[in-house]
Write a protein that binds this ligand. Structure first.
Ligand SMILES: Nc1ncnc2c1ncn2[C@@H]1O[C@H](COP(=O)(O)OP(=O)(O)O)[C@@H](O)[C@H]1O
Ligand SMILES: [Mg+2]
Length: 1029
């Protein structure tokens, strides 16, 4: 049994009004049960559960709980999480079907007017809206939905119990494919109450369609059908004397039916034939017979009959004959035996019922064709069983007998599937328990249906028995056979008290739902459902396709005697029961709130009666008696484990042990619960309530704890994440650095290797090995050179030593650089300096490499003069003022005889050199007479002027010492143009002291510079050695 009560969910959503699930009621008394129903009903809460069973109370008013929004709320939601609703049940069945791939049926029961048909429509609508669908399937869905108004028009009627009472049983399969899409449907119909066509009790109507046609049909249509827009004119429509009732809008319903017919693919011919039949029945009702003198029925020129024959497409004459004569075939001769009026009326009514009944069957078949799914892929079904409810009228006939028998069967099925199944579960779980006593109505079922002994068998026997079988003989037979059955009573069998309530022609059955007294009148006829053979034959020739088709198929199995109505019904119910037992059951128990169809009225007595006979209390008791609550260990533990430290947050052992620990911790008393094989069973709801309340409280604490834990966890996670990220970044960074470093090193190694190789092969010709090294060497040398160039021309030492490859280049560069410096230098010299330098050059050409003191003199620049004019004696200047003094220098003059040194000034003019002592010009040597100038090669600074000396009075050669020897001689050679006259002499210079008298100046090197007169009379000059640089 599926759909165990999810009590926890129900508790969570505990209703403010009463209790949503009777299982949770503290008391299982009928009073508590009804009080809960009433409480809820007063707040328009018409649904209440008993576990998965839905109890529904008819509100007799429109409630705003059947809309798309509500459907959406219930779609796919756990059964007990929301307030009880028919949508919840429908959805639960649907979901179970989808997940378990099983077939289901929803058994909707309750007495007439309790709301079964409405319930089945709600379910169908729910599936139509909530199931997934494609456009193709939309049409199937529409057809399923639209089959309803059509079938209701033809199969429902106003009764005393219900303005829209189903007068046929209906079982509808909705087929779903594996995706859960509704792909097809099939309807099985059970026993239409045909007698209604010809007779209605007071306050009741014929089937809706008749009134709809007359009220709603267009003028044209009515004209075609020969009808007037006035129900009162037609016998069949007015027997209950309530053709028009305010609660029914036939005009509107007509439109719905017309529209529905289109949706289910009825074409024009179908519809015109269909309405032709409906109209023909109406006309038939007005066919009246007259009596002839012998009391036989007469039918002459009856316009109504013409309409019937016209509409059914049969010959009017034949029809008239069939309705007034009985044809007896005797020895190939036909004998016509006229009907009495009663017979004729019987034949007429039989025809009307037959036509209507057959048409209804055709209609169902036709709808089935239209909803059929021809795809052979596997499907799951949900069946909806909406069958006429238990019915008790003032007068009850064969129809009520069948209807109530049917309800008896369904109750039996319910008992089998629920009460028994429930108790079987305890057995399976190994739970010890006292079986709950419930009334098993099998005894009544047997009373009705048992082979050879049941009421149906006896009825059939009477129908088949030759001789004068009547309803009364049937009753007598019953009395004889059922004599002392506890559920059967008749006037004859009853005690005094009961007898008063029974007519002689009645029998009474004590149904599970109450006593019903049946009047036997008509039982045999209705069970036989005979139609005179000739009328049947005539109908087979009908031009109306529906009539022709139906009657022809009836005719096929006409060979042998057809089964009686009751037997057919019995076997169809048997088939139905078999079919349903193979499916999983869901139950809706509909209760009628009051007899007067009034909203807001809760007739307690009426309700109590229904609660009783529907066995709701038993159902509840078994559910609880039992144990109000049972749950698989896993599920129970999962929900309540926070209530016990040992099971929270995780229980490591088996779930059964966990539950044991848990309930002990919760302090369950031993008789409050039982542990089965797979489930825990809790006896009283209050035990569970306490647990649930504890759970509620605990949930809050848990929530806080969880929140804190979660926050901590989240922060920790965040921290860990950040730390991980940091480490990761670090690692990556380090890796990158290391890789860079490695790259750098490999590069360095390569470069260094190359460098070394280059270094080792630097001397060789340029190869790939050394080209880079050489380039580097070149570059680095040039760079270094750039920064270390000699600053002056004279700097010969700073030039960097070039590497081998650059030797040549270096030399070129050096030259270039030198030239550059020279050029710079040259550009920088003044004319004066130039003149000086020219002097130096001249000096150089004379002395370089010849006189030892020359190199030392080079850096000393020459000056214009060594003695300025101011330092000269004015007289002397006066004396030689004709000649411009160009250069003056102090000298030491050596006397010719004793070589005494005398300091003097020497001045050069353009003509002569003057030796001056203070104011005296001591000697004037004309340049013209100066034939030579000699100096030694040593470092001394002795100069000898060789002067032409022709007579002895004349002074001879002039020997002098001058510190500025080179400057002086340079000036002299320029002024006097005497450079060629200067000689550098080694060893000794001959001098003429006077004409003819010679001496010499001898030179030598010594430690100390000295000048003295030697013993040989020569002037001895000792020079120090030139300092070498
Ligand atoms: N859920 C409901 N809401 C409102 N009215 C309802 C509901 N169920 C039944 N009724 C009213 O009760 C009437 C009888 O219901 P119906 O389903 O035909 O009864 P049943 O099929 O059990 O004989 C409906 O015509 C409608 O007026
Ligand atoms: Mg109904």
């Amino acid at each position: 049994m599926q759909g165990h009560l999810d009590m926890e969910g129900a508790l969570t959503a505990r209703d403010r009004v009463g209790i949503q699930d009777f299982v949770l009621l503290d008391e299982t008394t009928e009073a508590a049960f009804i009080s809960n129903l009433k409480k809820r009903f007063s707040k328009d809460l018409i649904y209440t559960y008993i576990g998965t069973l839905l109890v529904s109370v008819n509100p007799y008013k429109e409630l705003d709980i059947f809309n798309k929004k509500q459907m959406d709320i219930y779609m796919g939601v756990n059964f007990f999480e929301l307030p009880p609703h028919i949508y919840a049940l429908a959805d639960n069945a649907y979901q179970t079907m989808l997940t378990e791939v099983t077939n289901h049926f929803i058994l909707i029961s309750g007495e007439s007017g309790a709301g079964k048909t409405e319930a089945s429509k709600k379910i169908l609508q729910y599936y139509a809206v909530s199931c997934p669908s494609t456009t193709l399937l939309d049409t199937v869905r529409d057809k399923m939905l639209m089959s309803n108004p059509v079938l209701e028009a033809f199969g429902n009627a106003k009764t005393l119990k219900n303005d829209n009472s189903s007068r046929f049983g209906k079982y509808m399969d909705i087929q779903f494919d594996s995706q859960g899409e509704a792909v097809g449907g099939h309807i099985l119909n059970y026993l239409l109450e045909k007698s209604r066509v010809v007779h209605q009790n007071h306050g009741e109507r014929n089937f809706h369609i008749f009134y709809q046609l007359v009220q709603g049909g267009s003028d044209d249509l009515l004209q075609q059908l020969g009808l007037e827009r006035d129900c009162q004119q037609y016998n069949y429509l007015t027997q209950g004397e309530c053709a028009i009732v305010s609660s029914i809008n036939d005009k509107n319903d007509w439109k719905s039916v017309k529209n529905a017919l289109q949706v289910i693919d009825f074409d024009d011919i179908d519809t015109s034939h269909l309405f032709g039949i409906v109209a023909s029945v109406v006309h038939l009702g007005n066919v009246q017979f007259e009596t002839d003198s012998k009391g036989y029925a007469l039918l002459n020129n009856n316009t109504e009959l013409l309409w019937v024959s016209n509409l059914l497409g049969v010959d009017a004459q034949s029809l008239q004959e069939e309705l007034t004569f009985r044809k007896i075939e005797a020895k190939k001769e036909q004998v016509l035996s006229p009907f009495t009026i009663d017979h004729a009326i019987y034949a007429r009514d039989a025809l009307a019922k037959a036509i209507y009944g057959q048409t209804f069957t055709w209609l169902v078949n036709r709808i089935n064709e239209s909803m059929e799914n021809k795809d052979s892929s596997p499907k799951s079904v949900i069946g909806l069983l909406d069958i006429y409810g238990f019915e008790v009228f003032y007068v009850n006939s064969f129809e009520q007998f069948c209807i109530n028998y049917c309800n008896e069967k369904l109750q039996q099925l319910f008992i089998q599937l629920t009460l028994k199944a429930e108790q079987d579960e305890y057995e399976a779980e190994g739970i010890e328990w006292e079986p709950v006593q419930f009334f098993n109505n099998k005894i009544i079922c047997d009373l009705v249906e048992e082979r050879h002994r049941g009421i149906i068998s006896i009825l059939d026997e009477e129908c088949l028995r030759p001789g004068d079988a009547t309803d009364i003989t049937f009753l007598e037979e019953l009395e004889e056979k059922m004599g002392n059955h506890p559920h059967f009573v008749t006037h004859k069998l009853a005690d005094k008290m009961t007898r008063k309530t029974l007519e002689r022609g009645d029998f009474r059955l004590l149904h599970y739902a109450g006593e019903v007294t049946y009047c036997v009148v008509g039982f045999l006829d209705k069970n036989n459902d005979l139609l005179y053979r000739n009328i049947k034959d005539l109908m087979c020739q009908s031009k109306n396709s529906i009539v022709k088709a139906r009657f022809s198929s009836m005719d096929l199995d006409n060979k042998k005697r057809p089964e009686t109505v009751a037997t057919q019904f019995k076997s169809s119910l048997l088939k139905l029961t078999e079919m349903l037992t193979a499916k999983e059951a869901w139950y809706i128990r509909c209760l009628k709130s009051n007899e007067s169809k009034q909203p807001g009225q809760f007739d307690e007595a009426l309700i109590r009666h229904q609660v009783k006979y529907l066995g709701l209390m038993e159902h509840l008791r078994v559910r609880r008696a039992g144990f109000a609550y049972r749950r698989k260990y896993e599920v129970f533990l999962k929900r309540y484990k926070p209530l016990c430290p040992a099971t929270w947050p995780h229980w490591r052992g088996g779930p059964a042990d966990g539950v044991q620990v848990l309930v002990q911790h919760l302090g369950y008393l031993p008789d409050e619960y039982k542990l089965g094989r797979t489930k825990i069973f809790i006896r009283h709801p209050r035990t569970l309530y306490a647990t649930e309340d504890a759970y509620e409280r605990c949930k809050h604490e848990l929530a806080t704890r969880l929140q804190a834990k979660y926050k901590g966890y989240k922060a920790k996670g965040q921290y860990r994440k950040q730390r991980e990220a940091a480490t990761k970044i670090e690692t990556v960074w380090r890796g990158m650095q290391a890789r860079k470093e490695r790259e750098k090193r490999t590069w360095a190694v390569k470069v260094i290797k190359k460098f070394i190789k280059g270094y080792m092969t630097r001397g060789q010709a340029k190869t790939t090995d050394n080209s880079e090294y050489l380039a580097f060497v070149r570059q680095s040398y040039l760079n270094r050179l750039k920064d270390n160039l000699p600053k002056t021309v004279l700097d010969k030492t700073t030039w960097l030593t070039p590497p081998a490859v650059l030797t040549e280049t270096s030399e070129i560069l050096r030259t270039l650089h030198c030239r550059l410096l020279v050029r710079k230098y040259v550009r920088g010299i003044t004319p004066q300096k130039k003149a000086q330098l020219q002097l130096k050059v001249a000096t150089s050409s004379v002395f370089r490499g010849k006189k030892d003191s020359y190199p030392q003199s080079v850096p000393h620049p020459f000056v214009d003069t060594r003695i300025s004019d101011q330092e000269m004696n004015a007289r002397v200047l006066q004396m030689i003022h004709n000649e411009h003094i160009k250069y003056s220098v102090p000298i030491i003059k050596y006397d010719r005889n004793g070589f005494k040194p005398r300091p003097r000034q020497l001045a050069l003019t353009q003509m002569a050199a003057y030796v001056i002592e203070e104011a005296k010009i001591k000697r004037r040597v004309l340049f013209t007479s100066l034939k030579g100038i000699s100096v030694s090669n040593l470092t001394d600074s002795i100069i000898v002027f060789h002067v032409t000396c022709e007579d002895p009075k004349q002074k001879g050669d002039l020997v002098m010492q001058c510190d500025y020897l080179f400057e002086f001689l340079a000036k002299l050679s320029v002024i006097a143009n005497k450079q060629n006259a200067i000689h550098v002499v080694q060893g000794s210079i001959k001098i003429e002291i006077q004409a003819g008298k010679e001496s010499a100046v001898d030179f030598s090197n010594g430690e100390e510079p000295m000048v003295y007169k030697a013993k040989n009379g020569h002037l001895m000059v000792v020079a120090t050695r030139a300092r070498t640089r």
